[in-house]
Design a protein around this ligand. Structure first.
Ligand code: FEO
Ligand code: CA
Ligand code: CA
Ligand code: CA
Length: 672
C-alpha cells in the first residue's frame, strides 16, 4: 500500500479522453473488474443466465438498470463491521428495464394484453438487490451467489408504512384496507444511508407505471388535482402490466397497476395504489428477513436521493432530497430527535429508524438572488397549507405529505432544472445538488432565476435539432450553519458545457477537454477519512444521457471542490430562439480547473450511476446502467460487458447493466 498525502491538493491521475468505445475506460494505472450483472443468480435457486431472452426467475437474480449502490461492511465472521474493506454487502437499486433484451424477440403485444410470464419478469427486474462481495488474492473481487445475506426486493415484496401517513385513508387499498402495509418498491433511483447501518432507497419515476383511464367521474376534484400534479396520467401504464387480468383473479400482482377508482365489473378499487409509491424506504441489509419500512415523514415525491447531512451529537439530523422532474424542488427532512452517537451501533436498526425518521419536519428550498436561501416548512396549518388553499384543499398532515409537491407549490418554493442527486461534503457539511438539465418549453428565456440562470442553444445532440434551455445542467451547492438551519448561502459549483462553447455565457466554469461534461446526475463524496489518513474527500460526478452523447458516452469525473462563495456574483447574457437575449445575475463558484477531471467513460448508450467505495478508498464500485438501451434483440447496440476486454463481442450478444470494480494498480486510494 502506498502512502497518501493527508489533505491532498491534487487529483493523481491523467484525465480520460471523451470516447464512444464499447468499454469502460479508466486512467492508466487502474484496473476494471466486472461485478454482478443483470440476471446473475444470487440466491442459489436460479440457473446460470443465458442472456437470450429465455431466462426466468428474476426474484432470484440481479435486476436490470443497476443504479445507486452502497457498501455495508462485514467482519470475517459475518457481522456488521463498518470498517471492513475486504468483505461487505453491496445494496443496489434496479431502477428500470431494457424491456427488449428481457424477451426472446422483444416484448410481446406491447400495446395490448401482455403475456403473464413477460409481465412478471419485467416487474421482478425492478427493485433492490443485496449481494455479498469479498476481495481475494491479488485484489480479485468476487460476489457470492449463495450468501445468506443475498436478497432481492421487488415490487411484490411486502412492506409496511411508518410515520404520519400510516393508517391514512389516502393509502388504503384492497391489499391493506387499514392503510398500514403495501407491496414493494419501484423505479428506485438514488439512495441515502443512516449511520445505524441501513439503506434508504428512493422511489423516483413510479407514476408512469400506472394505467389510469376512464374513471374521472368516480374521482373527487382533489384526487384529480393530485393525480395530475404527480403525472399519474398514462392511459396504459409504462409496460401494460395491468392488462394481465385473466391470470390475476386475486387482483394482486398485475391488476394493481390499473389505478382505477371503480371498475366496470367487480374488480377491486385500486384508486390509492399510486399513493403507495413515491416514498423513501428504509432497508436493513444485515437482516435479510426484515420488512422494509416506508418513511412517510420524508414526503411523497419523485424521489431521486436522500443523502444525510453531517451527524453531530445533540443536533437534529437532516436528509436532503431532490425531486427529479423539470421545475421540481429541493427538500430537506429534519428529524425531531437530536442525534445520539451510540445509536450508530444499536442492533435493532429499524427501531432506530423509527426514532429518527418517523417524526420531523419536511422543508422545501427557496433560493434568493443575493446568494442566500431559506427552508420553508411543509406543515398543515402553516404557510398557507390549509383547507382553504386555492392550490389544493389540504385535510391534514398526511394529506400534506402524500401531496408534498402541492404543499411546496403553495409556499412558493424555487422550481429547479431537474433536481437529481444530493451529496454532502463530509468535512464541511456543504450540500451539493445536481440539476441535470431543463428545456425551453418548461423554462423559457424569461423563466431563468439566479439559481437556474442559463438559457442557450446546445449544438450537440441530434444534428440540426435546436436544444434551447439548459441542456447541459449545473451543480448548485448550499452552506448551512447546521442541519437544523432554516437559512443557507449558495452558489453554483459548476456548469456543464462542451469546452468549445462560449466562455462568457455558456461554459461559465471554464471546462476543458479534460473535464467537460453534460447532464450531471450521480454525485457522491468519498469517505472523509480512511486508513491512510485522507481528510480531503473526492467528489465523484456521474452523467446521464444528455446533449453530449453524440460526442462521448456518459462519464464519471472526480473533483476536489472548494467552498460556497469562493467565486462571486456575475451577470450573463442568455440567448433564446430567434436571437432574443436577456440578462441574468447569478453566483458562480471558482472555476474548478485541474481539480475536476474525467476519470471514466462508459460503454455505448449507458448512463453512469451509482458509486461507493470500501472505507479505505482503495476499491471503487460504479454502476453502469442500460448499455445499448436503443438497440434491438436482433441487433444490440452494445455488447458490454462481454466487450470489456477487447472492445468488441459477438454481434448478437445482449448488453447487461453491471457493477464495475475499480482498483489502482499501485494499491493506493482510487483517484489520488
Ligand atoms: Fe433516475 Fe433522476 O434519475
Ligand atoms: Ca438518477
Ligand atoms: Ca437521470
Ligand atoms: Ca438514462
Amino acid at each position: 500500500t502506498v502512502e497518501v498525502t493527508v489533505n491532498p491538493t491534487a487529483l493523481g491521475f491523467t484525465a480520460v479522453a471523451k470516447n464512444k468505445n464499447d468499454v469502460v475506460t479508466v486512467p492508466t494505472g487502474y484496473t476494471v473488474q466486472i461485478g454482478a450483472r443483470l440476471g446473475d443468480p444470487i440466491t442459489g435457486s436460479a440457473a446460470a443466465y443465458k442472456n437470450d431472452g429465455t431466462d426466468t426467475g428474476f426474484a432470484n437474480r440481479i435486476g436490470d438498470h443497476g443504479d445507486a449502490l452502497f457498501w455495508f461492511g462485514l467482519s470475517t465472521t459475518g457481522t456488521r463491521d463498518e470498517t471492513s474493506s475486504t468483505r461487505g454487502l453491496i445494496v443496489q437499486n434496479h431502477e428500470n428495464i431494457n424491456q427488449q433484451y428481457l424477451h426472446t424477440a422483444g416484448a410481446t403485444s406491447p400495446g395490448g394484453v401482455r403475456p403473464e410470464a413477460e409481465a412478471l419478469k419485467e416487474i421482478e427486474c425492478h427493485g433492490v438487490s443485496v449481494v455479498e462481495y469479498s476481495e481475494g488474492a491479488s485484489r480479485a473481487w468476487t460476489f457470492s451467489s449463495t450468501s445468506t445475506f443475498n436478497r432481492r426486493i421487488t415490487p411484490n415484496t411486502p412492506m409496511v408504512f411508518n410515520g404520519p401517513v400510516k393508517g391514512s385513508d389516502l393509502i388504503k387499498t384492497p391489499y391493506s384496507p387499514t392503510g398500514v402495509a403495501g407491496r414493494g418498491t419501484i423505479n428506485n433511483c438514488a439512495n441515502g444511508y443512516t449511520p445505524w447501518g441501513t439503506l434508504l432507497t428512493c422511489e423516483e419515476n413510479w407514476a408512469g407505471y400506472f394505467r389510469r383511464s376512464g374513471d374521472n367521474a368516480a374521482r373527487t376534484a382533489k384526487e384529480l388535482t393530485a393525480l395530475s400534479r404527480y403525472g399519474v396520467t398514462s392511459s396504459t401504464g409504462s409496460y401494460g402490466w395491468s392488462t394481465v387480468v385473466a391470470a390475476d383473479t386475486a387482483n394482486t400482482t398485475f391488476r394493481r397497476w390499473d389505478a382505477r377508482a371503480t371498475g366496470a365489473s367487480a374488480l377491486a378499487d385500486y384508486r390509492n395504489e399510486p399513493n403507495q409509491f413515491g416514498w423513501v424506504v428504509e432497508i436493513d441489509p444485515y437482516a435479510p428477513t426484515s420488512t422494509p419500512r416506508k418513511r412517510t415523514a420524508l414526503g411523497r415525491l419523485g424521489h431521486e436521493g436522500c443523502w444525510p447531512g453531517k451527524f453531530v451529537a445533540g443536533t437534529k439530523p437532516a436528509w436532503y432530497m431532490g425531486d427529479d422532474s423539470r421545475r421540481e424542488y429541493l427538500y430537506k427532512f429534519v428529524s425531531n430527535t437530536a442525534w445520539v452517537a451510540t445509536d450508530a451501533t444499536a442492533t435493532d436498526r429499524l427501531a432506530i429508524g423509527d426514532k429518527y425518521l418517523d417524526a420531523g419536519t419536511l422543508y422545501v428550498a427557496k433560493f434568493a438572488a443575493d446568494g442566500t436561501g431559506s427552508w420553508i416548512a411543509l406543515v398543515f396549518g402553516q404557510n398557507g397549507i390549509t383547507a382553504a388553499s386555492a392550490v389544493y384543499p389540504f385535510a391534514d398532515q398526511a394529506d400534506v405529505l402524500v401531496n408534498a409537491r402541492l404543499a411546496a407549490d403553495v409556499v412558493g418554493a424555487t422550481p429547479m432544472d431537474r433536481p437529481e442527486w444530493t451529496a454532502v461534503n463530509p468535512v464541511t457539511g456543504e450540500v451539493y445538488l445536481t440539476l441535470t438539465n431543463n428545456n425551453a418549453a418548461l423554462r423559457p428565456l424569461n423563466g431563468t432565476d439566479a439559481a437556474n440562470p442559463r438559457h442557450y442553444n446546445d449544438p450537440y445532440g441530434t444534428a440540426g435539432t435546436a436544444q434551447y434551455g439548459n441542456p447541459n445542467g449545473h451543480i448548485i451547492r448550499i452552506k448551512e450553519t447546521s442541519t437544523e438551519s432554516l437559512t443557507f448561502t449558495w452558489d453554483i459549483f459548476a456548469f456543464g458545457a462542451g469546452a468549445d462553447l462560449d466562455a462568457t455565457n455558456i461554459n461559465l466554469s471554464g471546462l476543458t477537454a479534460d473535464n467537460d461534461f453534460s447532464s450531471p446526475d450521480g454525485c457522491w463524496f468519498g469517505r472523509a477519512t480512511n486508513a491512510s489518513g485522507l481528510v480531503k474527500p473526492i467528489m465523484w460526478l456521474q452523467t446521464d444521457d444528455g446533449a453530449y452523447t453524440d460526442v462521448t458516452n456518459c462519464m464519471m469525473l472526480a473533483a476536489q471542490p472548494g467552498t460556497v462563495g469562493d467565486g462571486g456574483a456575475r451577470t450573463i447574457t442568455n440567448t433564446g430562439t430567434g436571437g432574443a437575449t436577456a440578462t441574468q445575475a447569478t453566483r458562480i463558484g471558482a472555476a474548478p480547473g485541474a481539480s475536476l477531471k474525467r476519470f471514466l467513460v462508459g460503454p455505448v448508450e449507458c448512463e453512469i450511476t451509482g458509486v461507493d467505495s470500501t472505507p479505505d478508498g482503495r476499491t471503487l464500485f460504479v454502476g453502469i446502467q442500460h448499455p445499448g438501451e436503443n438497440g434491438t434483440p436482433a441487433a444490440p447496440s452494445s455488447h458490454w460487458p462481454d466487450s470489456q476486454a477487447t472492445g468488441t463481442a459477438g454481434a448478437t450478444i445482449r448488453p447487461r447493466s453491471a457493477i464495475v470494480i475499480i482498483t489502482k494498480n499501485d494499491g493506493g486510494v482510487v483517484g489520488l
